[in-house]
Design a binder for this molecule. Sequence first.
Ligand SMILES: Cc1cc2nc3c(=O)[nH]c(=O)nc-3n(C[C@H](O)[C@H](O)[C@H](O)COP(=O)(O)OP(=O)(O)OC[C@H]3O[C@@H](n4cnc5c(N)ncnc54)[C@H](O)[C@@H]3O)c2cc1C
Length: 479
Amino acid sequence: MSKQFEVVVIGGGPGGYIAAIRAAQLGFSTACIDEWKNRDGGPAPGGTCTNVGCIPSKALLQSSEHFEQAGHQFEMHGIEVKGLGLDLAKMLGRKDSVVRQNNDGILYLFKKNKIAFFHGRGSFAGRSDAGIEVRVAGAAEETLVARHVIVATGSSARPLPGTAFDEKRILSNEGGLAIAEVPKRLGVIGAGVIGLELGSVWRRLGAEVTILEALPTFLGAVDEQLAKEAAKLFARQGLKISLGVTIDRAGVEKKGRSEEVRVGYTDSAGAVQTLTVDRLIVSIGRVPNTTGLAPEAIGLTLDERGFVRVDDECRTNVPNVWAVGDVVRGPMLAHKAEEEGVAVAERIAGQHGHVNFNTIPWVIYTSPEIAWVGQTEQQLKAAGRAYRSGTFPFAANGRARALGDTSGMVKFLADAATDEILGVHILGPMASELIAEAVVAMEFRASSEDIARICHAHPSLAEATKEAALAVDKRTLNF
Ligand SMILES: Cc1cc2nc3c(=O)[nH]c(=O)nc-3n(C[C@H](O)[C@H](O)[C@H](O)COP(=O)(O)OP(=O)(O)OC[C@H]3O[C@@H](n4cnc5c(N)ncnc54)[C@H](O)[C@@H]3O)c2cc1C
């Protein structure tokens, strides 16, 4: 006997579970299918983000930051720490319990919103007059029939060509968040968000970290001025980053009774090099999850890279089948997936859900953090747009001095004629939180003068945002 629903969501990551909640709020009978298993084989909804992405990485970034501060920064506050030690098993256990709290929270939200949850793999089985058929293969086999299906199956780490992840020596994000002892030498391939965050965690805990990046530019998507500053700060912290390299081969080799990983590469000068490390994290991008989804059963079109092809409103080529999040085009960010999930549920309800891609914030949770929204200076130059810019360093901000964390700056870019804010870029403490003000401002199409005229609490890091807005008009008050 098949079970009928108005909306079936395949995938319980941030795109899927949020879409399911919004659909249920709008009064649809809703089901969500997710196959992620916890260590005991039970359901662990939340997807990559909750299980092996945003949440565990931020838990470890926080713990490792405390460790680094206790070892190196408490002293300047007059706090003496003797006998500082690391209990890595406890740190990893705390990370796991943070993940578990989030899994449980989502299961609770499913119950609260009367969403039927199915633990297993969902695949398309066909279409009939009754609706779209989705088969669930899990502890029990079920067939669901839906009026609308939302595909939110997410993405997985891309391996190096010819070198599979073994999650012991050659690690994806999954293994990179669960190394049982701090490696003496850690290699990271890819100096993107994930590589920098995981590299930072293990460097703070004592590993010697070398990051190899194929692109010739460091953080090419980040405003150049901030990327250059960040590169200097990361080098000072001890992260060794080589740009413009070509990876020739990587593999695990025996070393006595142990093993090590050798990476053969050609550096930017054309010299052949070998990096020998105890573990290697490969973070060179992610591939969409469509294996096992059986898109052919309903004639669902994928693009040449395997993403589900959608229009601007997340409609696929099959009527009443939608797709959101990492499995479709656009930035692979949890909040982008969530916004798309909400927008699709609202469109199903005949409303006008909308995602503004111009105001999606980006964050890299290194220390200092990097966060931005809108366009970079290099993008404005390339587009020939006339703009004015203003920057304000955290070194001149009273709260940052009190925190003892004065690196970085806030930078505003505004239209030369109208003063509309075109981009805001922050390198500094709590940039991930500070960027929210800029997102709100850009959503309301504010000018830099609007921000400059708003009262900001003193002393606060947010005053640096106001001062950077004042700097657009060359009238900072504290610098
Ligand atoms: C280390 C790391 C750190 C990150 N940090 C951040 C961050 O700080 N901020 C941020 O915005 N983003 C971050 N991301 C990216 C973020 O995790 C993704 O953009 C986000 O998880 C995408 O959400 P999604 O719902 O599209 O897919 P996913 O989170 O991948 O969820 C998809 C779910 O669908 C399930 N599934 C797949 N196929 C099927 C099927 N056929 N049947 C049933 N279930 C299926 C999967 O098991 C999974 O549970 C990070 C990623 C990584 C790897």
